[in-house]
Ligand binder design. Structure first.
Ligand code: NAD
Ligand code: ZN
Length: 250
């Protein structure tokens, strides 16, 4: 990674930082992305499973699919990129981590100010009475029915055709809009409206840093593009920023 002193200065001296992450950041934790070669949806069609009608029509199949994904996620651990972001948070007065991931790995790595645009697979609720089944193994005896009312339990994630959680979106839009620096990490940046966030940041004068293993639509307007895996790039960036701050402080 080759960054100029000027570029490192911009990153280190930023006061307001926003970060947008996508499934690429969790690839090195062993969680497959959707669109890559080993994408989990290569065999199953996502649109057919991740929507409310599919769930009502075939709750067994859709629930089994989420149980399977939950298992993979629980067996995986945050990687060096998640950990570097958690440490970066403590170095800025205003730091917002916006994620499209539902895997909970940012929280497990220690990030605190996290906006979950697409929900979290560890949260679930009954579609009939609203009883929550958060962080629980509710599928005992292979049942995904509410213990109170027998209704279906669904994951608290955003399915195709559903709206993003209003509060999380507003918070994300504001964080992107007021940022001095925005990192865009491991996202193909084609899923709207999340893909709009770096554009909002750019329009407001933010300095855009992209980290991805290959170019994306963000590359066209990013101020820096780092084509490396995030688990190698993020700890290195953290180190450069820390070194800069240490030198400036003495
Ligand atoms: P995506 O699958 O569209 O794109 C993944 C991006 O990550 C690609 O641009 C790819 O080049 C890049 N990438 C792959 N490995 C990388 C690495 N090691 N380092 C850096 N970059 C890497 O994913 P998306 O943009 O997040 O959008 C698709 C949707 O997928 C989102 O809605 C999200 O909710 C969902 N999803 C989430 C998870 C998860 O929670 N971990 C997993 C799969 C899909
Ligand atoms: Zn219920």
């Amino acid at each position: 990674m080759k960054l100029t002193r000027e570029e490192i200065k911009v990153l280190a001296e930023a006061r307001r930082v926003a970060v947008l992450t996508g499934s690429g950041i969790s690839a090195e934790s062993g969680i497959p992305t959707f669109r890559g070669e080993n994408g989990i949806w290569t065999k199953l069609n996502p649109e057919e499973l991740a929507n409310f009608n599919a769930f009502l029509k075939n709750p067994e199949l859709v629930s089994a699919w989420y149980s399977h994904r939950r298992e993979i996620i629980r067996e995986s651990k945050p990687n060096a990129a998640h950990l570097a972001l958690a440490e970066l948070e403590g170095m800025y007065e205003d730091f917002t981590l916006i994620t499209q991931n539902i895997d909970n790995l940012h929280q497990r790595a220690g990030s605190r100010n996290v906006c979950e645009l697409h929900g979290n697979i560890e949260r679930n609720y009954c579609i009939n009475c609203g009883t929550r089944y958060d962080g629980e193994d509710f599928e005992e005896n292979d049942s995904f029915h509410c213990r109170k009312c027998g209704g279906l339990i669904r994951p608290d994630i955003v399915w195709f055709g559903e709206m993003l959680p209003h509060h999380e979106w507003e918070k994300s839009e504001q964080a992107a809009g007021r940022s001095d620096v925005m990192y865009v990490i491991g996202t193909s940046a084609v899923v709207y409206p999340a893909a709009q966030l770096p554009l909002i940041a750019k329009r407001n004068g933010s300095f855009i840093v992209e980290i991805n293993i290959e170019p994306t639509p963000v590359s066209e307007y990013a101020d820096i593009s780092i084509y490396e895996s995030s688990a190698s790039a993020m700890p290195e960036l953290l180190k450069l920023i820390k070194e800069y701050k240490r030198v400036e402080e003495v």
